[in-house]
Design a protein around this ligand. Structure first.
Ligand code: SAH
Ligand code: SF4
Length: 377
């Protein structure tokens, strides 16, 4: 499912692809780097900002490329630790990008670690029964330019929040691909986008600070293991047996644990780093002590980190999180055996929980006067 925008988004260009378009026009090779420098290092917001480019080149760029393929509809700066940017794409689709601030003791929110959660699709086709992103199926894949644009919009928002000298433009600490959509189902656009994010001519962001989360597309996990850039991997496990996992994640039928777990092992062996197993705790579904023991065995075997996430209720869905005592008992079974495990309970602090359910209101808000009202207040 592809969307062809009227103009190529500049944020989807690599140095090579831009240089070759410029070469066809007879431009000098250094222009490509100069242009990308304006976009990513100087955060130019219009072609006219690019003052060292000849006027003729600027108007050709304007006719050929969209400088920014996502416009900001709303910035919900909240009192807790998450900010949400609602972005509108050229075809009217809405996506959300989340900024999660983890305050560091004693230095306040402005010096907190910032994790940015980005989306890769509008909707999701995987149909996990607990997830808001999949409720209305897949609308379309995002292009690489739309994926990168989310990060640039975060930069714009952060630059505006804390004005600084040019040399000190706002930055962030981690990127998690845990927003709307299944990233590995939009593989080529994902890799192209992350290449741009990582490159020195792009955002220059270290691959080891980028985590890709997947519901378990086995062939793509193996392909990802072979990518030269060493991204981190998180697996949405959510069930420690096929029986439980298949009940909530349809993908388990195509890729049961006997296929998924060896693929995870391949990835972690190739990268020599711990993979994270995400496990949402849903009452009466996967929160039994038997599931805890099986999850313990899986994580010890894979030498994986476990992130336990108490389920966040989704409007219209029947699931809820277990009582805190049960969450703790579940975590304790893992911890006692030496598994590296986190269980977060503070509102908004958990990255996967905070950004794993972006979908809920976005499309429904489309055309809804509340959006306009919020923007104007
Ligand atoms: N499609 C990918 C990435 C997006 S989902 C994946 O499934 O991994 C990001 C994370 O949020 C996943 O672990 C997902 O299972 C989780 N999630 C989805 N709905 C949630 C909810 N209601 N409460 C807590 N976590 C949720
Ligand atoms: Fe899609 Fe991930 Fe949600 Fe499953 S959990 S429906 S794969 S976004």
């Amino acid at each position: 499912m592809k969307f062809e925008p009227a103009k190529r988004p500049l944020t989807g260009e690599t140095l090579e692809s831009l240089a070759s378009s410029l070469a066809e026009r007879g431009e000098k090779p250094f222009r490509a780097r100069q242009i990308l420098d304006w976009v990513y290092k100087k955060r130019a917001r219009s072609w006219d900002d690019m003052t060292n480019l000849p006027k003729g080149l600027r108007s050709w760029l304007d006719a050929t490329f969209a400088l920014m393929p996502a416009s900001l509809v709303l910035n919900r700066h909240s009192a807790d630790v998450t900010d949400k940017l609602l972005l509108e794409l050229e075809d009217g689709s809405l996506i959300e990008t989340v900024i999660i601030r983890a305050p560091q003791d004693g230095v306040g929110v402005d010096h907190s670690r910032k994790t940015i959660c980005i989306s890769t699709q509008v909707g999701c086709a995987m149909g996990c029964v607990f997830c808001a992103s999949g409720l209305e199926g897949l609308k379309r894949d995002l292009g690489a330019g739309e994926i990168v644009a989310q990060l640039l919009q975060v930069c714009y928002a952060e630059d505006a929040r804390t004005p600084r000298a040019r040399a000190e433009l706002a930055s962030f600490d981690n990127i998690v691909v845990m927003g709307m959509g299944e990233p590995l189902a939009n593989y080529d656009a994902l890799i192209r986008a992350l290449t741009i994010v990582n490159a020195d001519w792009g955002l220059g962001f270290g691959a080891r600070r980028i985590t890709v989360s997947t519901s378990g597309l086995v062939p793509k996990i193996i392909r990802l293991a072979d990518e030269p850039l060493g991204f981190r991997l998180a697996i949405s496990l959510h069930g420690a047996t096929d029986e439980v996992r298949a009940r909530i994640m349809p993908i388990n039928k195509a890729y049961p644990l006997a296929k998924l777990l060896p693929a995870v092992r391949t990835f972690s062996e190739r990268h020599g780093r711990m993979v994270t197993l995400e496990f949402i705790l849903i009452e009466g579904v996967n929160d039994s002590m038997d599931q805890a023991r099986r999850l313990r065995d899986i994580s010890l075997d894979l030498h994986a980190h476990v992130n336990l996430i108490p389920y966040n209720t989704v409007e219209g869905l029947p699931w809820k999180r277990p009582e805190v005592v049960r969450q703790l008992a579940f975590a304790d079974i893992l911890e006692r055996s030496g598994v590296s495990v986190t269980l977060r309970r503070e509102k908004g602090h958990d990255i996967a929980a905070a950004c794993g359910q972006l979908r809920l209101k976005t499309e429904r808000e489309r055309g809804d006067s509340r959006v306009a009202a919020e923007v104007s207040t």
